[in-house]
Design a protein around this ligand. Structure first.
Ligand SMILES: Nc1ncnc2c1ncn2[C@@H]1O[C@H](COP(=O)(O)OP(=O)(O)OP(=O)(O)O)[C@@H](O)[C@H]1O
Ligand SMILES: [Mg+2]
Length: 160
């Protein structure tokens, strides 16, 4: 059975804090795919992940760069594939290699599903009302199951 946890977020701050919890639990080599339509909150969540990884530089999705790199407890590679024209561009980034000494967080993974690691933490964000979002997290691969279980346990329990 695949581990999964679902929660509702009432504010951007809540989404960011949830991302921060994810960021605190990540280990080198982890891959997080953020799925959801425009404005669903993927970047807000990625900012939280960055905070949880100790990244101090502001995390933004830039229009012309597919991937940005940030220093933290682990290096954060933040990719936004929205404007990807050819999935081969992702292969050129050698994402698998990059992820071995950092963590990889990808917005719009649907743009290049075949090029991204099959094992990953999948975060799906959905609109509720204008201000609310439903966030579903599931493990794609055994590596992420304990992480998902931990995230589902209470609102403040972090990986010790
Ligand atoms: N509960 C919530 N969680 C996250 N964002 C929220 C929430 N409520 C409102 N918002 C707003 O929704 C927007 C989310 O923007 P964000 O850039 O994170 O979306 P995105 O999924 O990255 O979009 P894109 O596909 O354009 O990259 C922000 O303006 C944020 O303030
Ligand atoms: Mg975004």
């Amino acid at each position: 059975m695949t581990a999964a946890t679902v929660r509702d977020s009432a504010t951007p701050g809540e989404t960011r804090r949830f991302g921060e919890r994810i960021g605190r639990t990540l280990r080198a080599g982890d891959v997080v795919l953020l799925s959801g339509e425009l404005g669903a909150g993927k970047t807000v969540l990625a900012q939280g992940i960055g905070r949880g990884l100790g990244v101090t530089d502001p995390i933004k999705s830039s229009s012309f760069v597919i991937m940005n790199e940030y220093e933290g407890r682990l290096r954060l590679f933040h990719a936004d594939l929205y404007r990807l024209e050819d999935p081969a561009q992702v292969a050129e980034l050698a994402l698998d290699e990059l992820a071995t000494d950092g963590v990889l967080v990808v917005e719009w993974p649907e743009r290049a599903p075949q090029e991204l690691p099959a094992q990953h933490l999948l975060v799906e964000l959905e609109y509720g009302t204008a201000r609310t979002r439903r966030i579903a997290v599931s493990a794609r691969g055994a590596r992420y199951e304990a992480l998902v279980e931990r995230l589902g346990r209470g609102r403040s329990g972090d990986r010790q």
